[in-house]
Design a protein around this ligand. Sequence first.
Ligand SMILES: CC(=O)SCCNC(=O)CCNC(=O)[C@H](O)C(C)(C)COP(=O)(O)OP(=O)(O)OC[C@H]1O[C@@H](n2cnc3c(N)ncnc32)[C@H](O)[C@@H]1OP(=O)(O)O
Ligand SMILES: CC(C)C(=O)C(=O)O
Length: 512
Amino acid sequence: MDQIQIFDTTLRDGEQSPGVNLSTEEKIEIALQLERLGIDIIEAGFAAASPGDLYSIQQIANRLKEVSVCSLSRCVKSDIDKAWEALREAAYPRLHIFISTSPIHREYKLRMSKEQILESVDEMVRYGKSRFPIVQFSAEDAGRTEIDYLCAVVDQAIRAGADVINIPDTVGYLYPDEYAEIFIQLQKRVPNIDRVILSAHCHDDLGMAVVNSLAAVRTGVRQIEGTINGIGERAGNAALEEVIMAIKTREDFFQKKTSIRHSEIARTSRLVSKFTGMFVQKNKAIVGDNAFAHESGIHQDGMLKNKETYEIMTPETVGMDESLLVLGKHSGRHAFKKRLEELGYPQSDEQINVLFTRFKELADRKKEITEEDIIALVEEKIGEGKEFYTLESVQISYGSHSVPTASLRVRDHSSDQLLEEAACGNGSVDAIFKTVDRMIDEKVELIDFKIHSVTHGKDALGEVSVQLEQEEIQVRGRGVSTDILEACARAYLDAINRLLRRKERKTVGCAN
Ligand SMILES: CC(=O)SCCNC(=O)CCNC(=O)[C@H](O)C(C)(C)COP(=O)(O)OP(=O)(O)OC[C@H]1O[C@@H](n2cnc3c(N)ncnc32)[C@H](O)[C@@H]1OP(=O)(O)O
Ligand SMILES: CC(C)C(=O)C(=O)O
């Protein structure tokens, strides 16, 4: 199977991302990781850009012994000299020389005629070749260049000694078929094109960088350029991890392979993100936090039965943590039950149904359900038996100059009636407890009351714990909710239920 070479330009085109400025030490660390990843060619910078860039390329070239290191250069002699100064000690030095070829760049940017550009290509590729063993030539903005002229420029570069011909879609303008057609035409029309390696370099202005790179692979291109996490000038470059995993996952289709160590992908992505300060969006393919996370019940059920129902590659292949079944408002019972088991709370189907109802209520109110939330929900229910009263709703009227009033609706399961009551109190919590006291004919004394937040964030779950006393019986009750006043009502009713269960057991002569 043919091999695709991977050319990484994270340290050059990637560093052109606005706001990114990597130190030499950071660049070396990234370069070492790229080597570990199995990248074939690393474009370490643009030596003529600054003494710092030249120094970084030099340091990287001196350290990396398995991979080819390259510097970008204009068709300018002094740029080529700087590149050679940086790379003369490299194990596999490469010069990457470029000039624009499109009408707009020729006329407005370079102010050069077609002939002048051809002359420059000839002279500078020859000059580069007098120093470097490998010279790569790029026709900047090739995507918007007349095909006849592009063929002439590529022909000139090959005749001058170029080893690699790169065809950049510099402004991310082309559609995959159009980009592929350029390579098809070059392969048909340029003599000796089979003596060079053809390369694709795509930008993501219309979100087509990866698919354009893959379209190029289909035409026989042997080198793909891009960056880790797709960072780069404007909307960025082709994300290499996506190109690489598409080639691997769809090997049946592309019939190509790379020499990448796929399990190093996630680590490389994290390192680049950390040093560049460019965060990876959660839903980013391959390396995003959600790339292997499943939230909806139907998908989770499928995943539990066979992971291939919803995953076309395993997270382990790319070095990501194992797949995640995230519990949220779209989740179903299968995933909920599985998570309870994992947390050490296996439940009967009947208990699952009760807990699942509470879980769904909570999920409607809370963005993310954490493990602590689930534990809190289960522990609230553990030890429960018969429910005498359950809370249906609570409403509080409160103002700094008015008396707090609570109105509660509570289901009385013995009579299957909905009880409604209201009461005032010294505060909202007191009003809630007095309302329950009025509703339920039990004389109890509140002997302890505690509130604490069990989870984090603005939508954290609050837990209320109360202790009630009636004659010699003392019971505790717990309530959990995102609303602390609702948690108070739940805790108070929970304690009443426990009290009534104790009394019932005593009446029938059970041990406590
Ligand atoms: C598509 C790409 O990503 S191309 C790479 C882009 N990356 C960078 O530009 C980063 C590094 N660049 C730099 O540090 C600076 O631009 C330098 C040091 C290279 C040049 O700086 P300056 O000499 O101040 O020139 P400046 O950047 O303002 O303008 C670019 C000049 O190079 C010319 N030029 C641009 N590309 C090329 C080329 N491939 N070959 C020859 N000349 C070129 C422009 O026409 C312009 O020339 P002019 O001064 O005669 O008008
Ligand atoms: C210099 C070339 C390869 C480039 O970065 C581009 O055209 O996007």
